[in-house]
Ligand binder design. Sequence first.
Ligand code: HEC
Ligand code: HEC
Ligand code: HEC
Ligand code: HEC
Ligand code: HEC
Length: 179
Amino acid sequence: MEERKLAWWQRPIVRIGIAIGLLVILGGAVGGVYYTQTPPEQPIAFPHSTHVGIGAQCLYCHPGAATGPVAGLPPTELCWGCHQQIQRQTPELDKLASFARSNEQIPWVPVAEEPDFVHFNHRPHIAAGLNCEDCHGDVGNMQVAEPQAGQNMGWCLSCHQEMAPEQWTRLSDCSLCHY
Ligand code: HEC
Ligand code: HEC
Ligand code: HEC
Ligand code: HEC
Ligand code: HEC
């Protein structure tokens, strides 16, 4: 009788090794999202403070927050609508001009992001009267959008418990946020 030979990747020790490797990689990725507070480098240094300062509303650039799950980022055309009329030239505005001329969207790097297995929806939060600042900090005074620390499951749940105690059963159900 011939001994059954396992391919190298089927050997238990190799599989355990791969599993541990994946855990380390995933752990690192998750940690990277939650524990970094330094804003990422953006393709254009977009100053929130300047734009909110001239009176642009959050929902003017992020209209999806009032109507659905995703707030959305403004398309290049929205930026260009104003900036093609502004004569000012700076290195950052030159970058904007070249995205606009080549009809490209700007590849912004996410700042506020939950992992894929969490379902967040902006609409019910805005409908319940919350302000953007309650969750994102004082963006209107930030030069660049900064990630907020500690926005984990405990953060979601403690606000649900506080804001809507009569709905706690529904708002703490695992399947509300994980499905
Ligand atoms: C409502 C009009 C308006 C819109 C929309 C708008 N901007 Fe501006 N932006 C301005 C004004 C006004 C300034 C200030 C210009 C000044 O200081 O002379 C400014 C300043 C800037 C600056 C700083 C320039 C510098 O280097 O000092 C950058 C960068 C910029 N905008 C990029 C953008 C991008 C990217 C978008 C789209 C996401 C955008 N803007 C959308 C009006 C607008
Ligand atoms: C003129 C357009 C404009 C206005 C007005 C504006 N934003 Fe933004 N916002 C942007 C752009 C462009 C980005 C992507 C670049 C960045 O992250 O800095 C962004 C990014 C963000 C992010 C991070 C998004 C991500 O991808 O993780 C948050 C949160 C945010 N904005 C909240 C706000 C709030 C709150 C206000 C009102 C106080 C506001 N914004 C007003 C254009 C705007
Ligand atoms: C109850 C807390 C909460 C409130 C209030 C809130 N946000 Fe968010 N926002 C989040 C969370 C959590 C994420 C990450 C969602 C994800 O990754 O699925 C996010 C992501 C974003 C993003 C990037 C991803 C996307 O959805 O486009 C933008 C832009 C944003 N928010 C803008 C706003 C603006 C503008 C307001 C106010 C009109 C607002 N948010 C109100 C919690 C909130
Ligand atoms: C600052 C307070 C606050 C925070 C933080 C918060 N929520 Fe909520 N959430 C609410 C309120 C208020 C409601 C609306 C209750 C109602 O239906 O009237 C709600 C409702 C919801 C709903 C139910 C939507 C529906 O269909 O009825 C979901 C899903 C949800 N939140 C997910 C999250 C997640 C995920 C997070 C964290 C990433 C989070 N929330 C953080 C206050 C908050
Ligand atoms: C209101 C939204 C919400 C509800 C309800 C919720 N979770 Fe979560 N959960 C999150 C968010 C946001 C994260 C990711 C952020 C974090 O904790 O680092 C998460 C992460 C997790 C993780 C990954 C481990 C971790 O800590 O990162 C597990 C496992 C989990 N949830 C299980 C559950 C179970 C089981 C329930 C029901 C008892 C539940 N969740 C209810 C929002 C929710």
